[in-house]
Structure formats: structure tokens, C-alpha cells
Design a protein around this ligand. Structure first.
Ligand SMILES: [Fe+2]
Length: 475
């Protein structure tokens, strides 16, 4: 996703050879991959049974291969943007991270030699170095991923999910790996959006609903306490824990994310030339980088705005949420509009709190799993829907589109909740706490259902625009 998982190495794999080379058969099909809509069991903290774990792992892999099937070998190997890894690195890393956690850490088993762990360790190789590594090609990586998966399923049969090991308990580590693969799927889609050369032409099996609402209405969210975060240890990640009471003052929240039309008014009114609207660092950044519109926007002629999606040109759709804006751009827009970005607590209260029952919801609409009527997630639309297109996905306060379509910048820095404990390793979240990273909420169309919920916290540097990220305002 936005952050790297800097995996600490413990224990050295024994043999100096890559055992999987001898023990597995090639399995990655080239050409058009199959796809399925991913389903999930969302019961909070529910223990996942082993057959469900195996199915979810298989679905995650099916999706990875579906996304990569249409990418040429050359494009897999190339670094398309300095902020992104070569796609073939993501592919191998998905398998190696699974080996590290579902074989080595969970069961004390190894398939690979140390060199392979080193090559796919994000902390050892900054992105700039990754294209020059001796990475596995598509076919070898496919063999490797299958070998790891075979061993993982074998080990799963004997795994004690009811014992005291916090990694295995209730299947946490398996959920973590399913989410990790989903997060890399979204990262790979960001890379494909940045890809040079021939466009990426995905099969888009899902057509978002055509309806929507005008941007501009604000919804009142009353002040008072609510429960932020979660105590779930089966699926939630360390930075989402624990549930704790937070008081917010009453505020107004945009009913929908800011649209292209609304953002265009800001652009055309000279918003990028008015220093007083900008955070000083953001101002310096847009002037240095000569930024005067969201990433991928361009003007073939005055007052005609187009955008590029996966390398193909299309007229800017005024009713879609604005996407590929930095935190600084979101912040400047909000100031221009006489509003501000919501804090993370305000965002979560507006999304999750049910004032009638006095409890938090897993998703804005309730605890039931996402469906195509409730939110645009699951990747298969390959774009955001028009704002307000999912009335059935409204939160208890009537706020729309909080999960899916675009990630939403919040005003908040990434900080630990009271009583935070790093798990399963400090580099997962803890090293990112502080003023450098801003929190994003809600997931995008490119997020998988397994990797999003009301309590989920994402983060990135405020200059970054490669995510499928927009924002909404508060007042
Ligand atoms: Fe990773």
C-alpha cells in the first residue's frame, strides 16, 4: 500500500539452494486471467476456519494473477515511477512475505535461501535499487509462489488456531497475509496507472451505478463521545487497536467526496496561484514541481480538461470524485472553500458510529460485508463511481461513499492510540508514527474488501499523489 513492510530477518534459511526450484511445477497462466468477486466473512473478531483461510488465500492469488496477466514481461520488469517498485518485485515479494510469515514465523519452516529473502526485503533495497536486482522473472516467481502456497496449506492443516500463539490465534497471521497481498494489488494498480508506454487495458467486469448526487451538501454530526479503533485481534492491525473513547465537538461533514467539478472551480479561480491558501511546505512543493492541477489532468485547449486513466485519454467527468491530489492540494482546496479537512476521529465517527445503538459499525452501512450495491471496492470497476452513487452505503449519519471509490485525506498525523503495542513487528506501523505522515481513510475502488473497514488506517507523505486518493471537507 503506501508504506513498505520492512521485514526484520530472523533465523537463516538452511540450504544455500532454492529448494522450491526442484519441487514445484510452473503454474502461472499467461494471457487473460480469471477473476471472482471477493467475498468475506466480516463478523467482528470472528475466528476464521481453515477452509475459509485456504479459500481466501487462493482468491487473493487469483486476483494478483488476474491483474498481472495483461502486463507484458517488459513492463513487469521496468520501474515505471521512482515511487514504485517494478511489478515483478511486488510479485516475488508477495510470495516471500508469505513464506516469511506463514512458514518461517508461524511454523519454523523454510523453503528459500537467504539471498531470496534479502532480494525481496523492502528495508534492504530502496525502490531505486530494485530494478537492478536479479529478480525472478514471471515464470520463476510463479513457480516459487505456488511452492510457498503448497507448503503453507500443508502447514495450515496442523496449525493450532485456538492456542496462545498470538500470531496463529484466530488465524491472525493468515488474515495479515491476505491483507498484504490485497495491499500489493492496490500498489500494483497505482504502478499501472503510472505506467509509461502502452496503456493498461483491464477487463472491467463491473460497471458502477450511473446515479449520483450534486456535491455540496453537508451533514451534521453531533458532538459527544464515541468508540474509536477496535479491540479485534483476529483481523485488525496493530495501529487500529485498542478501542478507546474519543470526544469530538459537533461538526458538519461533506455528504460526498469533493468532485472534479468542484475542484475545477478551485483550479480555474487561480487556487494554485494564491499563496495564502497553501501550507508553506505545500506551496514550495507545487512551485518547485510546477504543479497546477491534479496528477494526470491536462488541457488540450483552454477550458477543456482531460485526464489519463491507465494510459488512455478521457474527458474529465465532473461528477466523479477528484483523485490523485496531494494532502497539500486537499488542504488548500478546503481553505479556499471556507472549510477544512476532517480529523481522523471526525472521519471515523461519521463513518462508523451508530448513535441509536451506541456502537461502532464495521462498515458505514453496518456489519454486513460489502456488496456491489453498497460500495465501489474490489478493483473490478477500475475507476471511481460518481459521488453519491451508493445510497445503500450511507453511514448512520447519512454520509455517502466513505468506503470505496477514493481514499480520503484527513487532517491528522499518524499517531498511536492509547496503549498501542507494536505487533507483530515494530516496522509494521510504529516507525511511521509522527508528523511526517498523514492518515488516509476509507479505501478506494482498488482496495479489496479484506483490506478495508471503518477502523482501517492508511498513511502517506503529504506530497504523494500516486494513490487513488481524494478527500471531503468538514466545518
Ligand atoms: Fe509488502
Amino acid at each position: 500500500m503506501t508504506h513498505e513492510y520492512n521485514v526484520p530477518r530472523t533465523g537463516q534459511p538452511d540450504p544455500a539452494v532454492l529448494l522450491w526450484r526442484d519441487s514445484a511445477k510452473p503454474a502461472l497462466e499467461h494471457g487473460r486471467g480469471a477473476y471472482t468477486i471477493l467475498v468475506m466473512d466480516t463478523k467482528r473478531g470472528a475466528r476464521t476456519d481453515k477452509s475459509t483461510i485456504a479459500r481466501r488465500l487462493a482468491e487473493a492469488r487469483e486476483r494478483t494473477r488476474f491483474l498481472l496477466a495483461r502486463v507484458s514481461d517488459e513492463d513487469l520488469a521496468m520501474q515505471h515511477d521512482p515511487a514504485m517498485s517494478p511489478l515483478i518485485w511486488d510479485y516475488g515479494h508477495i510470495g516471500n512475505y508469505e513464506e516469511l510469515w506463514l512458514l518461517q514465523k508461524a511454523h519454523g519452516k523454510n523453503l528459500s535461501a537467504r539471498e531470496l529473502y534479502d532480494m525481496y526485503d523492502a528495508s534492504l533495497h530502496p525502490r531505486a535499487e530494485r530494478p537492478s536486482l536479479n529478480l525472478m522473472n514471471r515464470e520463476d516467481a510463479g513457480v516459487y509462489l505456488d511452492a510457498v502456497r503448497g507448503a503453507v496449506i500443508e502447514a495450515l492443516e496442523g496449525a493450532d488456531l485456538d492456542g496462545d500463539d498470538p500470531l496463529l490465534k484466530d488465524g491472525f497471521v493468515y488474515e495479515m497475509i491476505v491483507q498484504h497481498e490485497a495491499q500489493h494489488n492496490e500498489t500494483m494498480l497505482q504502478t499501472l496507472q503510472l505506467k509509461k508506454g502502452e496503456g493498461y487495458r483491464p477487463d472491467a467486469p463491473v460497471e458502477p451505478p450511473a446515479g449520483g448526487v450534486e456535491y455540496g451538501e453537508m451533514v451534521p454530526v453531533p458532538g459527544g463521545p464515541f468508540a474509536m479503533g477496535t479491540g479485534d485481534r483476529a483481523r485488525a492491525l496493530d495501529n487500529e487497536r485498542d478501542a478507546h473513547e474519543v470526544h469530538v465537538s459537533g461538526f458538519l461533514m461533506d455528504r460526498t467526496p469533493v468532485t472534479n467539478a468542484a475542484y475545477l472551480e478551485f483550479v480555474e479561480s487561480g487556487g494554485y496561484e494564491k499563496r495564502e491558501l497553501w501550507d508553506p511546505v505545500g506551496w514550495k512543493c507545487i512551485k518547485q514541481e510546477r504543479i497546477s492541477a491534479p496528477k494526470h489532468w491536462y488541457q488540450p485547449e483552454p477550458h477543456s480538461w482531460w485526464t489519463q486513466r491507465f494510459g488512455f485519454d478521457e474527458p474529465l467527468d465532473p461528477a466523479l470524485p477528484v483523485v490523485h491530489v496531494s494532502w497539500y492540494e486537499a488542504d488548500a482546496y478546503a481553505r479556499w472553500a471556507g472549510k477544512r479537512l476532517p480529523t481522523e476521529a471526525e472521519w471515523e465517527k461519521a463513518a462508523s458510529w451508530d448513535p441509536t445503538s451506541g456502537t461502532g459499525r464495521l462498515f458505514p452501512w453496518g456489519d454486513e460485508p460489502p456488496t456491489p450495491e453498497k460500495a465501489n471496492i474490489d478493483q473490478l470497476a477500475f475507476r471511481a463511481a460518481r459521488v453519491g452513487a451508493y445510497p445503500a452505503g450511507a453511514s448512520a449519519y447519512g454520509v455517502l461513499g466513505m468506503v470505496g471509490d477514493v481514499w480520503e485525506w484527513t487532517a491528522s498525523d499518524l499517531a498511536p492510540y492509547p496503549g498501542f503495542e507494536p505487533f507483530p513487528y515494530k516496522e509494521y506501523s510504529e516507525i511511521f508514527f509522527g508528523p511526517d505522515y498523514k492518515v488516509l481513510r476509507g479505501g478506494s475502488w482498488a482496495t479489496l474488501p479484506s483490506a478495508i473497514r471503518n477502523t482501517f488506517r492508511n498513511w502517506d507523505l503529504p506530497v504523494r499523489r500516486q494513490l487513488f486518493v481524494g478527500f471531503r471537507c468538514a466545518r
